[in-house]
Design a protein around this ligand. Structure first.
Ligand SMILES: [Zn+2]
Length: 62
């Protein structure tokens, strides 16, 4: 399980201590700061990155 940025799908996140509201995550890649992050499996990250690089979303009707 890895933490993933909801904005850029980057995995270069670090936790900033958020005090009252708890953990706040900071993305090194796009400077996103927030408590909402995606928890993703390595597999899922790979797939998302492949998708992004191809620039389209596959439609699976199966
Ligand atoms: Zn990001």
């Amino acid at each position: 399980m890895r933490y993933m940025c909801p904005k850029c799908n980057g995995t270069d996140l670090y936790i900033e201590i958020g005090g009252i509201i708890g953990a706040v995550y900071h993305c090194k890649n796009c400077d996103y700061i927030g408590s909402f992050i995606i928890e993703a499996e390595e597999d899922m990250i790979k797939k998302l990155k492949e998708k992004n690089e191809l620039g389209y979303e596959s439609k699976n009707d199966s």
